[in-house]
Design a protein around this ligand. Structure first.
Ligand SMILES: NC(=O)c1ccc[n+]([C@@H]2O[C@H](COP(=O)([O-])OP(=O)(O)OC[C@H]3O[C@@H](n4cnc5c(N)ncnc54)[C@H](OP(=O)(O)O)[C@@H]3O)[C@@H](O)[C@H]2O)c1
Length: 269
């Protein structure tokens, strides 16, 4: 019997909740994961639910996926709510966090994960492609953080985890909008971390490399192989691997704040 089951073991139809093998270190905590209908956000939500957190599952277009995930959590005995918001809209961000707090209780853990890419070289990129990515990937992090910060400070405990990207560290051809947003997220993380550390709130950025989700599914096969050739560990990451890092920050990361944590197979060191 494994004493600390990995997220993959917990990612099935029914999260494992019984027995000594399962630790529930986030019981009593309320977690909001933006963009938890799919991909990395869904894996993060599963990891936090498996630790006993009450979960706010959030979606924009994928209502069906969000409902399915919520039903899975309910079957596992978790408290869960499903919330819609277009995080590109500030008023939606505030409404999301207000509704989650009203339904589940004050938010202890915020994972700013929702994101998009609209890749095009700068010579062809439209202002709306720039705006859409900045609003969704960067402005949302500000608005969602603002909406949870004062209650976290009041309770003297909070975990804010921002899903940035290797592209925010290196830049990339055709991704000026995405790279600028993610670099902004990293700098935002370091600034806010300095401001709120004394109140027991930690703020960290995770910088994944290429992770096997819908976001990279549309890449041409040849481009994928070229990228893999530049990854020392020789493969794309799995969403569960990013989720395990989020879980670690929430359960054991008490002395980690302002960090940009690389999880990229060694692609950027
Ligand atoms: N995959 C990678 O290789 C990779 C690498 C580095 C960083 N990241 C970052 O990791 C995060 C998750 O990426 P992913 O690969 O899991 O992407 P994904 O599979 O495309 O999923 C994106 C998620 O974001 C939500 N979302 C998109 N636009 C939204 C909006 N306007 N309002 C609210 N929610 C919105 C989607 O919700 P609906 O489906 O409900 O609309 C979905 O749940 C993103 O921030 C991304 O930039 C990904």
């Amino acid at each position: 019997m494994r004493l600390d089951p990995g997220v993959q073991d917990l990612a099935g139809e029914r999260p494992q909740v019984d027995g000594a093998a399962t630790q529930r270190r986030l019981s009593g905590k309320v977690a909001v994961v933006t963009g938890s209908s799919r991909g990395i956000g869904k894996a993060i939500a599963r990891a936090l639910a498996a630790e006993g957190a009450s979960m706010a599952v959030h979606y924009c277009k994928g209502r069906e996926h969000a409902d399915q995930l919520a039903a899975e959590f309910e079957r596992g005995g978790s408290r869960v709510g499903v919330f819609h918001a277009d995080v590109a809209r500030p008023e939606d961000c505030h409404r999301l966090l207000e509704q989650a707090a009203k339904q589940l209780g004050s938010v202890d853990i915020l994972v700013n994960n929702a994101g998009i890419n609209r890749d095009r070289s700068i010579r062809k990129m439209s202002a709306s492609e720039w705006d859409e990515v900045i609003h969704t990937n960067l402005d949302s992090v500000f608005h969602c953080t603002k909406a949870v910060l004062e209650p976290m400070i009041g309770r003297g405990w909070g975990r804010i985890i921002n899903i940035a990207s290797i592209i925010g560290q290196t830049g990339a051809f055709g991704q000026a909008n995405y790279a600028a947003a993610k670099a902004g997220v990293i700098a935002f993380t370091k600034s806010v971390a300095q401001e709120v550390a004394k109140f027991g709130v930690t703020v960290n950025a995770i910088c994944p490399g290429f992770v096997d989700t819908d976001m990279v599914a549309s890449m041409p096969q040849a481009a994928k192989e070229a990228v893999k050739g530049r990854i020392p560990l020789g493969r794309f990451g799995e969403a569960d691997e990013v989720a395990r890092l989020v879980r670690f920050l929430c359960t054991e990361g008490d002395w980690i704040t302002g960090a940009q944590l690389n999880i990229n197979g060694g692609q950027y060191m």
